[in-house]
Design a protein around this ligand. Structure first.
Ligand code: NAD
Ligand code: MLT
Length: 311
């Protein structure tokens, strides 16, 4: 009897691939190449993606044998879960695989923006010893506003509390006692914008959160604020942020994710006080290994008709 076919549409860890190869016929495609994806998906039982592959009704229309879409990571914004449900396709992800890695990257971006680490590094490597130009700010005693107190937001809050920061958060789905347990004060969005010296975004991307931090919101912040987005591009409106930086209503930003990816040119790149990374939030060996092995196990369980646990 032939083995079920699993299509791997993006980079997957060797450990994840090894697990799959034991039980399935594994095929590869480049999920960012839409035509290639549509051709490759027609006769497979499962497809594994990260964030660069769009899985939508167009895919389900041609993928007649598809039973599982597996996301090797957290965000499901590139998978149309409603269309999957209509098509009878199960969607699984690896919701805890990279949360520590993503939290550490957000903290790295926040520190980099506070202390101008990349700017000082680039200048020095070009032979320039510029000390006063890159004077930064301390984190201790400052207020950090966490947007989204979920898995990653909580890890970031704990880490920044260890820097003696005051942590406030906006998340209407979290109860105040839970936040209080973490030493976090829940506030409204506008309070967070007005009070924070640093703001870090840890929200899912959806209709509610897209553009949540736009022109109106960036008129409420302190001009000394530094913003970090290692969640999803577009939650902070890029044009509004560009304008706020030009008008010096924001002191800096650390951005890992972009409205359209891959992004190799953006008005944000032209601001010296903006630190950028190419969606590296989940990119550690540890997180990729966990994401690969977790989705491989979930695909195995799902294709065997068994219950797929959450983590
Ligand atoms: P999560 O679901 O655990 O937490 C999200 C939190 O946001 C929840 O507490 C939820 O209540 C809150 N929330 C939802 N809608 C909200 C709204 N409209 N206003 C305020 N709060 C709202 O998710 P997570 O695992 O913490 O991931 C957070 C984000 O980080 C996701 O967008 C995920 O895709 C992204 N992520 C990025 C990388 C990266 O490589 N840069 C890596 C991992 C995760
Ligand atoms: C995620 O949501 O898990 C991250 O953005 C990581 C990724 O897509 O690789």
């Amino acid at each position: 009897m032939s083995k079920p076919v699993v299509l791997v549409a993006e980079e997957l860890s060797p450990a994840g691939l090894a697990l799959l190869e034991g039980d399935f016929e594994v095929r590869r495609t480049d999920g960012a190449d839409r035509e290639g994806l549509l051709a490759a998906v027609t006769d497979v039982d499962a497809v594994i993606v990260r964030s660069a592959t769009r899985i939508d009704a167009g895919v389900f229309a041609v993928a007649r044998r598809l039973r599982v879409v597996a996301r090797a990571g957290v965000g499901l914004d590139n998978v149309d879960v409603e269309a999957a449900t209509k098509a009878g396709v199960m969607v699984v992800n690896a919701p805890t695989s990279n949360i520590v890695t993503a939290a550490e990257h957000a903290v790295a971006l926040l520190l980099a923006t506070a202390r101008n680490v990349p700017q000082g590094h680039s200048a020095l490597k070009q032979g320039e010893w510029k000390r006063s130009k890159y004077t930064g700010v301390e984190l201790a005693e400052k207020t950090v506003g966490v947007l989204g107190l979920g898995r990653i937001g909580v890890l970031v809050a704990k880490r920044l509390a260890a820097f003696d920061m005051k942590v406030i958060a906006y998340d209407p789905y979290v109860q105040a006692p839970r936040a209080a347990q973490l030493g976090v004060r829940l506030v409204s969005l506008d309070e967070l914008l007005r009070e924070s010296d640093f703001i870090t975004v840890h929200l899912p991307k959806n209709k509610e959160t897209l553009g949540l931090i736009g022109d109106r919101e960036l008129h409420l912040v302190k001009p000394s604020v530094r913003l970090v987005n290692a969640a999803r591009g577009g939650i902070i409106d890029e044009n509004a942020l560009d304008l706020a930086l030009k008008e010096k209503r924001v002191a800096g930003a650390g951005i890992d994710v972009f409205t359209s990816e891959p992004c190799t040119d953006s008005p944000l790149f032209h601001h010296d006080n903006v630190v950028v990374t190419p969606h590296l939030g989940a990119s550690t060996h540890e997180a990729q290994e966990k994401a690969g092995t977790q989705v491989a196990r979930s695909v195995f369980l799902a294709l065997s008709g068994e219950f797929v646990p959450d983590a």
